[in-house]
Ligand binder design. Sequence first.
Ligand code: C2E
Ligand code: MG
Ligand code: MG
Length: 557
Amino acid sequence: MTSDEFATPGDTAPIAPSIRRAERDIVSLGIAAAGIILFVGTGGEVLPQLFRSWLGVAAKPEPALINALLLDIALIIFGWRRYRELLSEVEQRRKAEEQARALAETDPMTGCLNRRSIGPATDRLAAAAAEKGEVVAFLMIDIDNFKLINDFNGHTAGDVVLLETARRMAALLPAGASLARIGGDEFACVVAFEPNRPERIDQLAGDLIAAASQPIPLEAGAVEATVSIGITRSDIRRTNSDGPSDAKALLHMADIAMYHAKKRGRNRSYWFEASMESELRFRAELESGIRAGIPRGEFVPYYEQQIDLDSGTLAGFEMLARWNSPQFGLVGPEVFIPIAEEIGVIAELSESVIRQALVDAHAWNPRLTLSVNISPLQLRDPWFAQKLLKMLVTANFPPARLDIEITENCLHENVGVVRTLIASLKNQGVGISLDDFGTGYSSLSQLRTLPFDRIKIDRSFVTTLTESKDSATIVQAIASLGDGLGLPITAEGIESAEVLDRLRDFGSFKGQGYLYGRPQSGEATGRFLEARGLLAAAPPVAAEPPAAEPPLLQRSA
Ligand code: C2E
Ligand code: MG
Ligand code: MG
């Protein structure tokens, strides 16, 4: 947010010194003209005398007087011409100044107001509205995914989208409203309305959203751009300020509401609420906490057991990242992974926990596998496979014991890149699982073309298996799909013995879930394995847990 760039209300462009100088010239010309007029007074005596001398009824006037008269006439002509020239010069300068001021207040591309001038325009409109008992709505409008539009279609196409969006929005605004482009793809709009009729603003926001989402024709085909809108009103009072909100505060609030609209899925509008501000502050704290926490080693691996359901033996663990935050306590990945992805630190975070997990797993029985989750964003990195293999070499960890879990979202990425990446990992012996299957939109053909080693049924179907007929149908369908494609299946989210029993009806799976215990820290997992003689160093390495040991599939507290 750069609301500090706002011009203060009442800001006007200073009068150029050149114009002042020209105006002074006019004054001095006026004084000279007055002097000349006085001389003309003397001419009033000379001229009749001269006329009478031509008629031969009087003597010629003094030659000095005649010269003075001629000089007077020359001065008048010269003075008048100079006066005319100055007038047109002043006019030209005034026009140039006006043009410069208009340019300084306007966005050259769209012709809308610019960031500097929307502040004064808002204050002017608010003052005029107040006289009629009205208030002002401030709308912050941001084009969704504009960067992608630019990247995919080029900057010329991006310009067309900006221009067309501005044109459509301007066409919808009521008289007296102002539209400004205040950033690359950000617009602001101020409209007066009756304070008890905010639905008019909702209607306007709806119209703006609808107009913006209409396809925009480009040379290479049409592009669809949506907008997110944040709205606030000038009679809102914020907790930390007493007076009504000024333009700067309005922009700040509308910006927060717009950000909220983005978070809630874009292509929609929200009115500002105070809670959004604290949410935003919390989010900013999370962001800086994540950035600082990675190098401090605050992100740690936890491990969830993966069980071979037929034999009941422990097959390995899925590593699930946790954030041991000094400020927020133990934070789950569903909170920090999306933020880490958004602020571009997911690769760094992921590499740091995988590195720790490889060290931990190195101490386990070599028959136990390690599964790690990989963000779709990491798969965009063409060096990802090399980085991972290097980590394996450094940790002296056999690739065959590692399994990569990728979600269906990865399949929306560049499939060619994902395929190459998967191929090079598979060549080294790393296994690839398709995680959370059933929640995304992977097509069956993609399932066949990408060489997955395993499908993981999303836990939402498994946890509800005994209660929902639909879930049972889906699990059954995925089971026969796996059968048909020769892909083994893991069921995640097994919470109860009933679900486990029901699952067995559908075939042989691997499974994981709270029935077998919650994910545990590295140390707790080490102790758990040690108690069962399943650490690498423990001689002899048992292929199965000793019979006397409590079964590995026992429920934890
Ligand atoms: P996931 O890979 O599907 O992991 C399984 C999630 O289900 C885990 O949540 C686990 O704690 C939870 N879970 C396990 N058993 C049960 C059960 O019986 N019932 C229920 N209701 N839930 C169960 P968690 O640890 O919160 O992880 C959530 C997601 O975060 C993971 O889903 C995974 O997609 C992602 N994630 C975790 N660690 C990482 C990581 O290091 N990198 C990336 N990119 N994503 C990660
Ligand atoms: Mg997973
Ligand atoms: Mg999963």
